[in-house]
Design a protein around this ligand. Structure first.
Ligand code: 0A1
Ligand code: ZN
Length: 877
């Protein structure tokens, strides 16, 4: 490890900035190897700062070379400034002045993909969270908001498109014959929302007329060969703009909105003001190259980044501890948009499955943190599922508590109070409280307390009195630095289901109803339901009204009853999930004890009636059939035994497949989609059920199924069907597996995003020489370690490859650790994310835990980036 360990910064130490920057004028003389950045910062002392004589300290980076610095027109001699710990420190300054700074950066050598870098033949930037300091010296913190004017100078023949935030205000030629373009953004913004793009790009033009009648130009830019794949993104953008007007009353503010697709990007996309930059995987879509899931992702990410224009840009974060202020709210907004566009129950099931699988695992790991962390070493490590997904659940709970109208009132007040400001999570909740006259002080604990709360529910029905008592205990397990927890305010939506699968009405708090939201806010509470005519089955936590683990001792009969009779669609799915979990956990135990896995399963009957019921949404049936995932079962396990979980899942699938072969064939055939491909809810639902059925049908071993799947592969006119068939062929190692995997690569080798799918499927293929096969993939000419999507594809595939990754000899973990060490300096953000599986070492069965821990210790002996240091040291603490 490095001599000096990186140290943490704390929320409690927050102070306002000593200086403000009213205007920021930037000039970029673009060059691949040596770009010169000139900044003119209009600085003044912050009247709110107590430090009246403090030096000016601007953030920079080791990759920024200072050429010269001047105050007003006075060039500072070396004695009047210093560079300390990457900061430019100037001790004596006037109270108000213009600081001119000239710096040199090397975009070509920027492998970290933060700041200004090259992707393919273009220049692009990524400044969130602290990337701007890798461009020039600045007060790189979100509460310093400034009006930016940016001039880009480049050779027009190579970079005909030169973009930055706001509106283009000037264009011309320099004395050397280069072209310059000047952009001005009238809205004050923090540096993390700055963006610049230059390249030889193609554009799709469109427009949107806002609710007040202003016409906004919309432009999507890509490299030339991809411009045929942005129609869906453009359509999604226009629908998002309309939705935000209708649902939140939010109108777009600039005259132009631009999106650019880049291939090399650490994350999904970025909401820079007026100039969003996207990972091409979240923007490009065509029926032949993109699956249904890919389409839904594009739609959601386009919406997410667009929605940030208000929740993030017009109102931003005071400091990075408040990240969930913009991310939790914006994820909630994009989830609601997708739910309104497609099916709300299907969307909710997908979001909740993801949360319960991945966020719950994070919340139970050494990296657990509240949605508003109290400290961090490297902020890039905190773009987490907790901040995003749990953050969205917390906003959703406020929505549940206040109702649609109350929530809208609160959001209107929040935007009205804080437009143009950098604020805190408390400001958000305060606006919700003030607009509705409610007290959310206990609710605010959700922002500061980590860990997944557990609710233990018991009940009692008194036939004579016709009363039903529900007792709820709550407790939140300890997490790092938080040994004891306070009771939270948890909204629990409840209904009662009768023996004939009917919704039971009851009286609660004097009101007759069939559904209530219980305000659980103490460690133990009992709720009384009156006028309950028969013994009910409780339908608890409807719609997953709070991000908690709920335990109630349901019998198999009760779960089957809820699965078919609960009026709440989400809870029908939830019951089926619980049933499957119970069966699978039984198989896991049998496997571990060396017993033969039993063959009687009640679930098959449930599936049979599901398949026969043509009134159900095919997408819901497909979700139920997909069985709890390997990752979800791991999250639930006391000690994770990957091989046992895998065996259990395969066994249940096999049993189901054999028992219902005819049904699966029938469902496969009756859900064929006719007509041109559309990413519509209806078609997506049919394809998902058809392909789920195909998988079971092939699993049954039927020769007819085997030829059907090969036939589907060969005849598919869209990627969803083609890739579903290929995955099935590879998973079951049909005779055609090698041939068709190769054919797939040959067909799509010029489509980088499809190659990523091929890399992932090939890496996930369970063969005896698994690790060798992964090493070969990383030597493949179409692999590129500098491209995060490609690395994620292979390492993601490895993660799914249970036999290879969790090999008892530890070789899978060693290989992963090697990649982390390799990426540590080159791209610390990516390296740090690759560590995730190892951070869960304490949850694994002892033999595997030891091997994982040894790899973490090996990584810890390296000279580590802050990013990797934080994750590894916390995992070993
Ligand atoms: N704000 C973006 C996510 C994002 C965060 C960090 C990045 O670089 C390190 C890039 C993007 C969003 O929520 O979409
Ligand atoms: Zn976001």
């Amino acid at each position: 490890m490095a001599e000096q360990q990186p140290s943490a910064i704390f929320l409690k130490d927050y102070t306002v900035p000593n200086f403000l920057i009213d205007k920021t004028e930037l000039t970029f003389d673009l060059d691949e190897t040596q770009t010169i950045v000139t900044s003119r910062l209009h600085l003044r002392r912050n009247p709110e700062s107590k430090a009246r004589t403090s030096p000016l300290e601007l953030n920079g980076g080791e990759d920024v070379k200072l050429i010269g610095v001047a105050i007003d027109d006075y060039t500072l001699p070396k004695a009047e400034y210093a560079i300390k710990n990457d900061k430019l420190v100037i001790t004596a300054t006037p109270d108000e002045f213009v600081l001119t700074c000239e710096t040199l950066i090397e975009p070509q050598n920027n492998t970290k993909l933060e700041g200004l870098y090259r992707s393919s033949s273009m220049f692009c930037t990524q400044c969130e969270a602290e990337g701007f300091r890798h461009i020039t010296y600045y007060l790189d913190r979100p509460d310093v908001m400034s009006v930016f004017t940016t001039t880009i100078i480049a050779d027009e023949s190579r970079y005909p498109v030169m973009l930055s935030n706001g509106n283009e205000v000037a264009r011309g030629k320099t004395e050397e014959g280069k072209t310059f373009v000047t952009w001005h953004d009238p809205f004050k913004k923090p540096a993390y929302l700055f963006a610049l793009v230059a390249g030889n790009l193609e554009v799709l033009n469109d427009s949107f007329t806002t609710m007040s009648g202003r016409k906004v130009a919309l432009q999507i830019f890509t490299e030339k060969h991809n411009i045929d794949k942005v129609d869906f993104a453009m359509d999604s953008l226009k629908r998002s703009m309309k939705w935000d007007e209708e649902v939140y009353g939010r109108e777009y503010d600039l005259d132009i909105f631009m999106i650019v697709a880049v291939d090399d990007f650490n994350m999904g996309a970025m909401e820079n003001k007026g100039l969003n930059i996207f990972n091409s995987s979240c923007l490009l879509a065509s029926p032949e190259t993109t699956t249904d899931d890919g389409y839904l992702r594009v739609e959601a990410v386009v919406a997410h980044e667009y929605f940030h224009n208000w929740s993030g840009n017009r109102v931003t974060c005071r400091d990075w501890f408040q990240l969930s202020l913009k991310e939790g709210f914006t994820v909630f907004r994009d989830q609601s948009f997708s739910a309104d566009t497609h099916s709300d129950v299907v969307k909710r099931v997908e979001d909740v499955s993801f949360l319960k699988t991945a966020q719950f695992a994070e919340d139970a790991s050494p990296m657990a943190h509240p949605i508003r962390p109290a400290s961090f070493i490297e902020i890039s490590n905190f773009y987490t599922l907790t901040i995003y997904e749990k953050g969205a659940e917390v906003v959703r709970m406020i929505h549940t508590l206040l109702g649609e109208e109350g929530f809208r009132k609160g959001s209107d007040l929040y935007f009205e109070r804080h437009d143009g400001q950098a604020v805190t999570c408390d400001d958000f909740v305060n606006a919700m409280e003030a607009a509705n006259g409610v007290d959310l002080s206990q609710f605010k604990r959700w922002y500061s307390q980590a860990g997944t709360p557990r609710l233990q529910v018991t009940d009692h029905y008194d036939e004579q009195a016709q009363t039903y008592h529900l007792t709820i205990d709550q407790m939140t397990p300890p997490t790092p630095n938080q040994p004891t927890k306070l009771a939270l305010h948890v909204p629990v939506k409840v209904g009662l289901v009768g023996q004939n699968n009917q919704a039971l009405s009851f009286t609660f708090d004097g009101q007759s109803t069939d559904e209530v939201v219980l305000h659980v806010n103490d460690t133990e509470q009992t709720y009384v339901f009156e006028n309950v005519s028969e013994t009910p089955v409780p339908s608890l936590l409807r719609g997953f009204s709070a991000p908690v683990k709920l335990d109630y001792a349901y019998s198999t009969e009760q779960l089957l009853q809820l699965m078919s009779g609960d009026p709440d669609g989400f809870n029908r799915w939830s019951a089926s999930q619980q049933l499957a979990v119970n069966e699978l956990n039984g198989f896991v135990l049998q496997f571990q004890q060396g017993e033969t896995l039993s063959t009687d399963t009640r679930l098959v009957d449930g599936f049979k009636s599901l398949l026969a019921d043509e009134t159900l949404d095919p997408a819901m049936v497909a979700l139920i059939l997909s069985l709890p995932s390997q990752a979800y079962l791991s999250e639930l396990a006391d000690k994770i035994d990957p091989q046992a979980i895998k065996a259990a899942r395969e066994h249940l699938r096999q049993l189901t497949a054999q028992a219902l072969e005819t049904e699966f064939k029938q469902v496969y055939e009756s859900n064929a989609v006719t007509g041109d491909y559309q990413a519509s809810a209806e078609q997506i639902a049919k394809r998902s059920l058809k392909n789920a059925a195909l998988m079971y049908w092939v699993a049954s071993g039927s020769a007819e199924a085997k030829s059907a799947v090969v036939c589907q592969y060969r005849n598919a006119d869209n990627m969803t069907d083609q890739f579903a068939a290929l995955s099935c062929i590879v998973h079951f190692e049909l005779a055609e597996a090698d041939e068709l995997l190769n054919a797939f690569f040959e067909q799509w080798k010029h489509e980088s995003l499809v190659v990523n799918k091929w890399l992932m499927l090939s890496a996930a293929r369970e063969q005896d020489n698994g690790l060798e096969q992964i090493k070969q993939l990383m030597l493949h000419p179409n692999f590129d370690i500098k491209n995060p999507n490609k690395l994620r594809a292979v390492i993601g595939g490895l993660g799914q490859n249970v036999a290879t990754f969790h090999n008892l000899d530890g070789s899978g973990y060693t290989f992963l650790a090697d990649q982390i060490i390799l990426m540590n300096k080159r791209n610390p953000q990516i390296a740090s994310r690759l560590c995730t599986p190892l951070t869960r070492w304490q949850r694994m069965v002892p033999a595997l835990a030891e091997k994982m821990k040894a790899e973490l210790e090996r990584i810890a002996r390296e000279d580590l980036s802050k990013d990797v240091y934080e994750v590894v040291s916390k995992s070993l603490a």
